[in-house]
Write a new protein. Structure first.
Length: 402
């Protein structure tokens, strides 16, 4: 428990965090990577360069300070972060590193205003939060051992791979030791560890196939830089260019709280943008495998047919399952798309499309953050309660309500 006096001090720092939170987190990461380079492997440097990780952490620190007297409201955010930490193999010994550098960054940023009272209060608050994460992550690691039979990273062989679109390639993976895979939850992700010649790299990729299969399937979009000053995706490029059938990569057990949680009697709408189809495709497979006759709708948004993935696979599911509705929307269809009639509507997801959907359904969103924010706003404006909307962002977490 955090002492009442410390809670009052933390609350008093909220305005400073609201104004200078991102400056604080930038300073924190800079100090930590300089002082403790061994933890750099846990962080996607592309997100660091883009500033998304710093902004996400700033929002999280501010939310913690605002709710320091009622941390239960942050339970969902804590679970999301704990799952991500466990996927990367973060351990209890890493938390003092974060704490030392965070407190040092607060001291440096506030200067003479960083009184002993403020630093002591934040040290107490950080330790309380670290304890919550350490305990929850210990539970997740124990669950991995019981549910999946291993902790940490394990060798998997690429038994097959195939191109799904111009930019997405699927890899089918089986344990090298020949052990059977126990079912994951549809929507979960695994962590891939590779060495691209510049040290170990860790990335999370959604499992895109039906839970209970004898393989894991990840479907990786090759990330290309939008600006010449930025690099292409380090791990996605490595997987596309250098990993072939028969090669070995290392995987951690499935993690993630974005899972299919609707019962068979509840209508479900899955809204996917681009490579965001990957966790939703696993959900679609699981939903249809349950033989539920309740309506399931997939809205699949893509730029055009060149980058439209899993067309044949989903078409087969639709043929076999009359309760499945599938709507394809291209934002920028090309001439070939128009000639082939390979999409149902054009443009971004809008009110007209959302208003045609079932208000009683549970909604699952995954795609670019801007698309998910737009969909969330359209859904809530259409009267869909927030309790019926579930989402996952690839990369640092974002609020869809801002």
């Amino acid at each position: 428990m955090i002492k009442p006096d410390s809670i009052a001090v933390i609350k008093a720092t909220v305005p400073v965090l609201q104004e200078h939170g991102e400056a604080l987190t930038r300073l924190f990461y800079q100090r930590m990577f300089e002082n403790n380079p061994e933890v750099k492997v846990f962080f996607n440097q592309a997100h660091q360069q883009a500033g998304t990780q710093q902004r996400a952490l700033a929002a999280a620190v501010c939310a913690y300070a605002e709710n320091i007297d009622n941390p239960a409201v942050l339970a969902d955010a804590v679970e999301l972060i704990a799952q991500k930490h466990a996927s990367l193999g973060i351990q209890a010994e890493h938390y003092p590193i974060v704490g030392q550098n965070l407190l040092a960054a607060i001291k440096e940023l506030l200067g003479d205003a960083a009184t002993d009272e403020i630093i002591d209060a934040w040290a107490e608050a950080y330790q309380a939060l670290a304890t919550i994460f350490i305990n929850r992550e210990k539970e997740i690691y124990q669950h991995h051992e019981i549910q999946h039979g291993w902790q940490g990273f394990k060798a998997f062989k690429v038994v097959n791979s195939q191109q799904e679109s111009n930019s997405i390639r699927s890899f089918y993976l089986q344990p090298e030791d020949g052990t059977a895979l126990l079912p994951h939850q549809a929507g979960q992700y695994i962590t891939v560890k590779v060495d691209n010649g510049n040290g170990q790299q860790l990335r999370n990729y959604s499992l895109s196939n039906l839970p209970g299969s004898d393989t894991y399937r990840i479907s990786v979009k090759r990330e290309t830089a939008r600006e010449t000053t930025q690099p292409d995706g380090v791990v996605s490029s490595f997987l596309h260019e250098h990993i072939n059938d028969g090669d070995t990569i290392w995987l951690a057990p499935p993690c993630g709280e974005f899972v299919l949680r609707s019962n068979d009697d509840t209508p479900v709408v899955l809204i996917a943008g681009g490579v965001g189809i990957t966790p939703l495709l696993a959900m679609l497979h699981q939903r249809l495998s349950s033989k539920s006759e309740t309506a399931t709708t997939l809205i699949q948004a893509a730029v055009n047919g060149d980058v439209h993935a899993f067309r044949d696979e989903i078409n087969s599911l639709k043929t076999e399952n009359p309760q499945l509705s599938w709507h394809v929307r291209y934002s920028e269809p090309n001439e070939q798309d128009r000639q082939q009639g390979s999409f149902d509507s054009e443009g971004l997801i809008d009110n007209e499309l959302v208003n045609s959907l079932d208000a009683a359904a549970d909604y699952y969103l995954c795609g670019p953050v801007a698309m998910m924010k737009q969909c969330y706003q359209l859904l809530t404006q259409a009267g869909i309660p927030a309790t019926q909307i579930f989402s996952e962002a690839f990369g640092p977490a974002h609020s869809l309500q801002s």
